[in-house]
Design a protein around this ligand. Structure first.
Ligand code: CUA
Length: 176
């Protein structure tokens, strides 16, 4: 009897361990498998550039309804697209980001902000950058051979300067 209980306990522990592992590492499962099991609610990492919210012309900063500002980005081995983003200071900004391959993490150096980019998922967050300046955005999650060279940039400009730019000029910026 004692042995039986031990066995059940062992099986239960193993099952629990498996479930826990799967629930935290689901994104490591092959993408087609992941999509087969209903992971298709978010954007498909394999067709990001072809249709939907994350096509290239829709990336970067864009004005939404009621003057809100949304920045859309893709993280992929080993760049952020776009590599440089421009935002106004002192204005709440909605970030929407996804990954084209593995998990990446943006770290806005000089701030407390960070963002995780997960394939098949759109991560959304609202950040306000108080002061103008140039901020490096290194990847903060090991994502492969080029991880340490994966970095973007963000230019925070005064609000009125941002407002004076044309929509096409606001979308991205030049790396410095
Ligand atoms: Cu992307 Cu590390």
């Amino acid at each position: 009897m004692k042995i039986k209980i031990k066995k059940i306990g062992f099986v239960a522990a193993l099952t629990l361990f498996g479930v826990a592992l799967l629930s935290t590492r689901y994104y490591m499962v092959d993408l087609p498998v992941w999509h087969f099991f209903g992971g298709g609610e978010g954007p498909d990492p394999l067709t990001l550039q072809l249709h939907g919210e994350f096509v290239e012309s829709n990336l970067g900063a864009a004005e939404g309804p009621a003057g809100s500002l949304t920045v859309r980005m893709i993280a992929q081995q080993f760049v952020f697209v776009p590599q440089c983003i421009m935002v106004p200071a002192g204005v709440p900004i909605t970030f929407r980001i996804t990954s084209a391959d593995v998990v990446h993490r943006l770290r806005f150096l000089g701030t407390n902000y960070g963002l995780e980019a997960v394939p098949g998922v759109v991560t959304e967050a609202n950040f306000t950058f108080a002061k103008a300046g140039e901020f490096k955005i290194p990847c903060n999650e090991f994502c492969g051979a080029g991880h340490y060279a994966m970095r973007g940039q963000m230019h925070v400009v005064p609000r009125d300067q941002f407002a004076s730019l044309l929509p096409g000029e606001r979308r991205t910026c030049e790396l410095r």
